[in-house]
Ligand binder design. Structure first.
Ligand code: NAI
Length: 462
């Protein structure tokens, strides 16, 4: 029986980051992982492989739509799907091996197998029981089931199956107009698949800025995605090679069906805690099936912590990473902290969509007086030069104090641009602070500054 200061269960972005920070802080650390490779959903079957396919398919889109206008003539590249998949697999392998290297570098013991917690302070993997002063559950999430829909990962797939389809399908129905549905829907649309997104609510990416939602839907439609909102899927029937999706319009009850080669179910994820033995251990859960934690990620069982997708909050890799670092600090006797008010969200379509903090809708609902400074990428020279002048930056600031309360970007590199606003928010900056910061020309970042200027005396290039 090995004895540790910390055993982390799960090696996704929450778990592996927690293990590294715990080791850096001098704690004897092990990490248990059931998969053969480290990195969890994100590295193996989520964020990383999807970004590889988004990149490759975006390059194809550029070749098809923008190359000729720049004087780049010649035949448009053809898709070699098998090779695109091996490029994606190679990217995954580089990343998972990178985590292996970091574990070795930080002297973290890797334990392979599925863990359970037979009692407080003990972790069982196979026949072995290990002891630990602190145990961190970082077991992530799995696709949520949809009533009336059976996933076979061949014709009816989750994001996992969608990342390794045997061929590019002619048609695909995506159930759920959230992040996964739109990212993977975009990939296949660019590869030539006829993609139809069926969303239950009246808008895509519910909960985000309404103006972004409208602009995003318009852009996606222009790219060829068919979008049906306000439609409840009632079931999916499959034959050997095809599927039929039945749905009902929520407004008038009209029923219809859609035929497709592949159906992607992307209606959310749920915490993954199977096999851990939490019931027997008496771990308190929320009514949404998440592990209940206090402000320091402690569960009700002494020495047992939980982070990432298994607890409340957005199911995002970077939120889990932040919690991983913070809980390691707590276990080392320091004061870990996560600012849940400044967690950016990014959708890696083209253009990208990024947001942080409050939306106009949330501020209105709270009755807070705010001002909105908006700047269109049309007025940004760099964006015009790169066929990326659609979209905008919107900064929301307190009407009285000018303090930045939130930001919403749809446009080129939105996922990178959002971070200067996150840093500004961490420092409690006013829009004027951003507006008075010199921004290099010509960059997309100038659009952020212009939006900040628009919160004051006005943008220059609008
Ligand atoms: P999501 O919560 O983002 O979107 C699910 C969508 O499905 C919602 O719009 C919802 O209204 C809709 N829906 C639910 N039931 C439905 C039904 N019966 N019929 C039609 N539509 C229905 O969930 P998604 O896209 O599955 O992603 C899961 C998690 O993974 C999310 O928390 C997401 O943030 C995270 N993720 C984040 C990424 C990123 O940060 N870029 C990329 C991929 C996933």
């Amino acid at each position: 029986m090995a004895s540790y200061d910390v055993i982390v269960i799960g090696s996704g972005p929450g778990g592996y980051v927690c293990a590294i920070r715990a080791a850096q802080l001098g704690l004897k650390t092990a990490c248990v992982e059931g998969r053969e490779t480290l990195g969890g959903t994100c590295l193996n079957i989520g964020c990383i492989p999807s970004k590889a396919l988004l990149h490759a398919s975006h390059m194809l889109h550029e070749a098809e739509h923008n190359f000729a206008a720049m004087g780049l003539k010649g035949a448009t590249p053809k898709v070699d799907w098998a090779e695109m998949l091996s490029y994606k697999d190679e990217v995954v392998s580089q990343n998972t091996k990178g985590v292996e290297f970091l574990f070795k570098k930080n002297k973290i013991d890797r334990i392979t197998g599925w863990a359970s917690i037979p009692e407080a302070g003990k972790v069982k993997v196979g026949d072995e029981v290990h002891e630990a002063k602190h145990i961190v559950i970082a077991t992530g999430s799995e696709p949520a089931a949809l009533p009336g829909v059976t996933v076979d990962e061949q014709i009816v797939v989750t994001s996992t199956g969608a990342l390794s389809l045997p061929k590019v399908p002619k048609s695909m129905v995506v159930i759920g107009g959230g992040v996964i549905g739109l990212e993977l829907g975009s990939v296949y649309c660019r590869l030539g698949t006829k993609v139809t997104v069926v969303e239950y609510l009246d808008t895509l990416i519910p909960g985000s800025d309404a103006e972004v939602q409208r602009t995003f839907a318009r852009m996606l439609k222009k790219q060829g995605l068919e979008i049906i909102t306000g439609a409840a899927v009632s079931g999916v029937e499959t034959t050997k090679t095809k599927a039929k999706v039945a749905y009902k319009m929520r407004k008038n009850g009209a029923e219809a069906t859609l035929d497709a080669d592949v159906v992607l179910v992307a209606t959310g994820r749920r915490p993954f805690t199977k096999g851990l033995g939490l019931d027997a251990l008496g771990v308190k859960m929320t009514d949404r099936g998440q592990i209940e934690t206090d402000g320091q990620w402690r569960t009700n069982v002494p020495g047992l912590y939980a982070i990432g997708d298994v607890i409340a909050g957005p199911m995002l890799a970077h939120k889990a990473e932040d919690e991983g670092m913070a809980v390691a600090e707590v276990m080392a006797g320091q004061h870990g902290h996560v600012n849940y008010g400044v967690i950016p969200g990014v959708i890696y379509t083209h253009p990208e969509v990024a947001s942080v903090g409050e939306t106009e809708e949330s501020l209105k609902a709270a009755g807070r007086a705010y001002k909105a400074g908006k700047f269109s990428f049309m007025g940004n020279g760099r964006a015009r030069a790169t066929f990326a002048a659609e979209g905008f930056v919107k900064i929301l600031a307190d009407a009285e104090t000018d303090r930045i309360l939130g930001a919403h970007i749809i446009g080129p590199s939105a996922g990178d641009l959002i971070h200067e606003i996150c840093v500004a928010m961490e420092f409690g900056a006013a829009a004027e602070d951003l507006a008075r910061t010199c921004h290099a020309h010509p960059t997309y970042s100038e659009a952020v500054r212009e939006a900040a200027l628009a919160c004051g005396d006005g943008a220059i290039h609008a």
